[in-house]
Design a protein around this ligand. Structure first.
Ligand code: CTP
Length: 422
């Protein structure tokens, strides 16, 4: 296999290996990364060295392996810190349940966790463990915490496990892990110099101090879009409604949990934005009055009068050329996806709209996966399967970048126009 054209050529990748029987598979992973032109270093936990020797990895990489947290490198520098600072990407494979817990807690007791904690490079985590461990609430929580740090999880696959049982927990194939590392660099710098604003999550319209009208949006799709834009080099503002996931590292998060607050935040950031992705589920109505005290149960015949909220993205759509960012909306529909999405695209003045089925078998709300169809004014543009939300975000950016470049060629770029105006 050749490294010609591989986005890994010349990249420094540190592979962290922990103590799972799957540690032997890290050997083929390291070999593949090196074949694609990456400069590969290996860090190991002590437990990992019981499965594969450091010599195996050193022979493949022609570089010293770091397996002790206190080790010094040949220049008398602390080896795990040197690895951390030089890394373009970190791949933790296999990552045991214990390693996930240590990473989630910020522990740094071995060469792998110390290196990962010290680094600011993107981290890809490929777990491997028994199915019972993988599905334990503690592991699920730790994985969510790591996603919140912006780490990319390459999910384990279903297959025969070391226990003799069959289930989910087998380390993903080396090819799959390498593809995840390559995708980190495939589009690096593509959005450099651009300001991207993404809204995410749902709004909550207060009825009284304890109750609200809201929706089931988790914010996961918008967060994945914000992360993917960040990784392509954009300066990202995340206007965060109510979300079940934390705002990612490396973006400016503005909290806006009501439609009114979201309108203020979006309209404030839109004029400096090159691209606005309005993924938030904005409540269409709000209670006319918010009670200052908790409404009591004996308020027999209680009625809540509603008023319509302003359509935020439509207001941005009406901005003058030269100020209006390239505009992407979402359409959440139970019926007639295409017709409804296309009329929203027209009515709201959007460049693209992402049609999302809600309810029924493809319901994406709160889920890790999503099946969407993207529409332009001319009709449907995509036929994508159900995909993890991060992959939906990557494909979406591929499409947005193409369309944005066609609509706003770099020569007369808005940024330079705006810079002149300032
Ligand atoms: N949107 C908005 N402000 C609102 C309502 C929606 O900016 N008050 C945006 C959403 O963020 C999304 C798009 O408009 O990008 C479409 O949202 P959706 O809820 O699908 O449509 P609505 O316009 O609310 O229409 P309906 O609820 O009748 O389907």
């Amino acid at each position: 296999m050749s490294d010609e054209g591989s986005p890994l050529a010349g990249r420094r990748v540190v592979v962290g290996v922990s103590g799972s029987i799957a540690a032997y598979k890290a050997v083929s992973l390291v070999r593949l990364l090196a074949e694609r032109g990456a400069v590969v270093d290996v860090a190991m936990t002590t437990a990992a060295t019981a499965f594969v020797t450091p010599l195996t990895f050193a022979s493949l990489t022609h570089r010293p392996v770091v397996s002790e947290v206190m080790a010094l490198d040949p220049d008398e520098q602390i080896a795990h810190v040197e690895l951390a600072e030089g890394a373009d990407a970190i791949v933790l494979a296999p990552a045991t349940a214990n390693l996930l817990a240590e990473l989630a807690a910020g522990l740094a007791g071995n060469a792998v966790t110390a290196m990962a904690l010290a680094s600011r490079a993107p981290v890809i985590v490929a777990p491997a463990m028994d199915a019972g461990m993988w599905t334990h609430p503690a592991t699920l929580r730790n994985v969510e915490t790591l996603r919140g740090f912006g780490h990319i999880i390459v999910e384990p696959e279903v297959g025969a496990l070391a226990s003799g049982l069959t289930g989910v927990g087998r380390l993903a194939e080396s090819d799959t892990i390498v593809a995840a590392v390559e995708s980190l660099f495939a589009h690096a710098g593509e959005l450099e110099g651009l300001h991207v604003v993404v809204s995410a999550g749902g709004t909550r319209e207060p009825i009284d101090p304890v109750r609200f009208l809201g929706n089931r949006s988790s914010g996961k799709m918008g967060v994945a879009i914000a992360e993917a834009a960040r990784d392509r080099g954009a300066t990202v503002t995340l206007v965060a409604g109510s979300m079940s996931v934390p705002a990612p590292r490396g973006v400016t998060a503005v909290e806006a949990t009501t439609a009114a607050a979201m309108r203020t935040a979006v309209l404030r950031s839109a004029p400096s934005a090159d691209i606005l992705v309005m993924a938030a589920a904005v409540a269409d109505f709000a209670p006319k009055r918010t009670s200052n005290s908790k409404i009591k149960r004996d308020g027999a015949g209680l009625q809540i009068d509603l008023v319509a909220n302003p359509d935020i993205v439509a207001e941005v759509g009406e901005m003058a050329d030269g100020v209006r960012p390239f505009l992407i909306g979402f359409a959440a529909e139970t019926d007639d996806l295409e017709a409804n999405a296309l009329s929203k695209l027209r009515d709201k003045g959007l460049d693209l709209i992402v049609g999302n089925r809600v309810g029924g078998p493809f319901d994406a709300i709160g889920s890790e996966d999503n099946k969407v169809t993207v529409f332009g004014a001319e009709g449907p543009l995509t036929d994508w399967p159900m995909l993890p939300k991060r992959q939906v975000a990557e494909r979406l950016w591929d499409l947005i970048v193409d369309r944005y470049r066609a609509a706003r060629p770099p020569a007369g770029s808005r940024r330079s126009t705006r810079a002149r105006r300032r």
